[in-house]
Structure formats: structure tokens, C-alpha cells
Design a protein around this ligand. Structure first.
Ligand code: SF4
Length: 377
């Protein structure tokens, strides 16, 4: 029995209980009710999103929980595993990243991993209960010569019955098509922060470059995973702008990772924020960001990613309450430490959560020909 099946066994969540009906909930929440009844909005204004952030904390979390329960099984959390298939030496200058050549972080550059070694890691992840295997390469963009190995990795992981996700940097249209043909389920490409703040964090590519790759991924028919990082010294207005940029995409990303900055010594942001009160995002503000993402993108999977390792279980529990329903498992997130399978399984048992088994709402709707997230129908 794996640690995750033990956690499932111990789960106290009773699936025979009926899902709460938003219409019968006791207070008037016109806007949230609109979101629940009419599906998905992509016309959010910054004023509306700022107003959500400004709500009293318990009201915000309650509203987010309502939206979550209307579209997802609130006691289930998706388990994903992330493997760095090519570490360090990246030409980009992302101020938060220890893998940039500009960072003095001691991360050594490696070559692209061998396909069989990647598949071995994927098999371990599958045996530990992971449903999705995400592979990340520290590249500005993949070179054409690397694509055959990348394609083999995608095919091999899919043959194991797992979903696949890749994050390889900027793509050409042709590369996106190649990945789609290989059967790639998701492509991760974060917008990182608000359009206004973007240039303070990264100078080697623009916000528009990010959107351009996301467009190519969408056009190729691959599901989009896109989110960002909070706690980079940004303002509340930047967090509003960050959520706004995602929630007004023509179609919401199927997955929205919300990371808390892990300040690493030797990186621009790590050194800048070290020993300042900005070095760690306030837990309540982090939960607020998760809740606002959940309300504005009701069908998307909202993923707790980097930074979870240093979060208390109580904060994580609040995030799950506020609509987060996906996590990365395993001891490592690319180069940063992560909570680890044992700690997560124990937390799931304590919280009565269980690993998600079923289909994600946006993909399930797509499979039956319904709206997959970007329209109001
Ligand atoms: S975040 Fe990605 S693109 Fe940016 S420096 Fe790190 S590895 Fe390179």
C-alpha cells in the first residue's frame, strides 16, 4: 500500500454527503451567485478584483469556498510531481530563479536528462500516487535538436497512464504542434506577475512574449498551465493585475499555479528581499490571492506550488478551504525543497483530504463538447 493509498484509507471525508447548493446558502452574494449559475466570466475588471481582495478575510474565503464547491469536489486535491529534466545555466534573468546564469546561487548546469532516467522517475511518481508528471527544463526555449528526446519523454510518460506537463520556455508554433502530436496534456508557462511589474522581475523577455507562447500552446490544442509568484516585493495592486491578466484571458488556464517566492541567496530577488519584512508573503495575503483566483477562475485547478514547504499546515488548510485543489508532491520542486510525500500524506489524513481521482472540470466539459472555460455559456 503506498503512502497515498494509506492516506485515502484514513480519509474521513464522506462522499455520500450532498454537495451544498449555492442557491440555498444563507446570505446574498449576487456576484458570486452569478459566477456559479452562469459559468465563467472573462470580463473581470481590476476594480472588481480589487474589491474581492478587500473583502473581510472570512467573507472572501467563504465566497471562494462556495465557488469551489459548485465546481469541484472540495475534499479532493490533485497530486502532481515535478522533475527538473535540465537544470541551471538558463540564459533568462528571472530575478527569482536560482537556475539563471545571472544568479550566483551555486546551482550547477546539467545536460538534458536521458529519456530512460526520466521515465524511471515518472514510474516512481506514479507508484507514489501522482496523476500528473511535470517536466521542467531551464531553457529560454528548446532547441530543435532536443525535441526528439522531449517527444519520447512525453510519449513514454503517457504510456504509463499519467498526464504529462512540460515547461521548456518559449515555443515556436512548430514546437507546440510537435508536443501536441506527442500527446502532451499541459504546457506550463507562467505570466509570473502583473504586466506592470513584469519588467522589474525579468528583462530578457517581455510579458507579451509570454502571452505569445501561451497563444501557440492554445492553438496547438494543449491545455494551459499558467500562474505566477507572489511575495516578490510587489504591491496588492500588482497581485490584482496578476489575477486580472489570467482571469481575462479568452479562455482561462486549465491550471493556475500560485507560488510564494522562495527567496534564494544569490538571486536578484533573494538578495534584495533578504532580511526585510517583504522576504515572506504574509500568509493571509497569500490565502487571499488563492481565494480571488478561485472566484475569478471557477473551473480552473488552482495549484499550491513553490513556497508550500515553509507554510504551516494551518495556512495550507486555509488555502484548500479557499479553493486550492492541486499540489506538487515529492521532496523537490526543480531546485527548491518541497514538503515531501510522507509529510503530505500525513497532512491529508489529518485534514480528511483525499487525492483527486476524477477528471478536471474544464477537461471534462471539453470532452463532452461543452464550454471549456472561456465563454459564459
Ligand atoms: S524561471 Fe525558467 S526561464 Fe527563468 S531563469 Fe529560471 S529556468 Fe530560466
Amino acid at each position: 500500500m503506498t503512502i497515498w493509498s494509506k492516506a485515502r484509507h484514513k480519509s474521513m471525508f464522506d462522499w455520500s454527503l450532498p454537495m451544498p447548493d449555492a442557491a440555498t446558502l444563507p446570505i446574498d452574494r449576487a456576484r458570486v451567485s452569478t459566477t456559479i449559475s452562469s459559468g465563467v466570466r472573462t470580463d473581470w475588471t481590476r476594480t472588481e478584483i480589487a474589491a474581492l481582495f478587500d473583502l473581510p478575510f472570512t467573507e472572501l474565503v467563504f465566497r471562494a469556498a462556495e465557488v469551489h464547491r459548485a465546481h469541484h469536489r472540495a475534499g479532493e486535491v490533485q497530486l502532481c510531481t515535478l522533475l527538473s529534466i535540465k537544470t541551471g545555466g538558463c540564459a533568462e534573468d528571472c530575478g527569482y530563479c536560482s537556475q539563471s546564469v545571472k544568479a550566483d546561487s551555486g546551482v550547477e548546469a546539467t545536460k538534458l536528462m536521458d529519456v530512460q532516467a526520466v521515465l524511471q522517475s515518472a514510474a516512481q511518481a506514479r507508484d507514489s500516487g501522482s496523476k500528473r508528471f511535470c517536466m521542467g527544463a531551464a531553457w529560454r526555449n528548446p532547441k530543435q535538436r532536443d525535441m526528439p528526446a522531449i517527444v519520447e519523454m512525453v510519449k513514454g510518460v503517457r504510456q504509463m497512464g499519467m498526464e504529462t506537463c512540460m515547461t521548456l520556455g518559449m515555443l515556436t508554433g512548430e514546437q507546440a504542434e510537435q508536443l501536441a502530436e506527442a500527446g502532451l496534456d499541459y504546457y506550463n508557462h507562467n505570466i509570473d506577475t502583473s504586466p506592470e511589474r513584469y519588467g522589474d522581475v525579468i528583462t530578457t523577455r517581455t510579458f507579451e512574449d509570454r502571452l505569445d507562447t501561451l497563444d501557440k500552446v492554445r492553438s496547438a490544442g494543449i491545455n494551459v498551465c499558467s500562474g505566477g509568484i507572489v511575495g516578490m516585493g510587489e504591491t496588492r495592486a500588482d497581485r490584482v493585475g496578476f489575477v486580472h491578466a489570467l482571469a481575462t484571458m479568452e479562455r482561462h488556464p486549465e491550471s493556475v499555479p500560485v507560488n510564494a517566492l522562495v527567496p534564494v541567496k544569490g538571486t536578484v530577488l533573494g538578495d534584495m528581499l533578504a532580511d526585510t519584512p517583504l522576504a515572506k508573503i504574509d500568509d493571509i495575503e497569500f490565502v487571499r490571492t488563492v481565494a480571488v483566483a478561485r472566484i475569478t477562475m471557477p473551473l480552473s485547478m488552482v495549484r499550491l506550488s513553490a513556497g508550500r514547504e515553509s507554510m504551516s499546515e494551518a495556512t495550507q488548510a486555509l488555502c484548500f478551504m479557499a479553493g486550492a485543489n492541486s499540489i506538487f508532491t515529492g521532496d523537490k520542486l526543480l531546485t527548491a525543497a518541497n514538503a515531501g510525500d510522507d509529510a503530505d500524506a500525513a497532512m491529508f489524513a489529518r485534514l480528511g483530504l483525499k487525492p483527486m481521482e476524477g477528471e478536471e472540470p474544464m477537461r471534462a466539459m471539453k470532452a463532452v463538447g461543452g464550454c471549456s472555460g472561456g465563454c459564459a455559456a
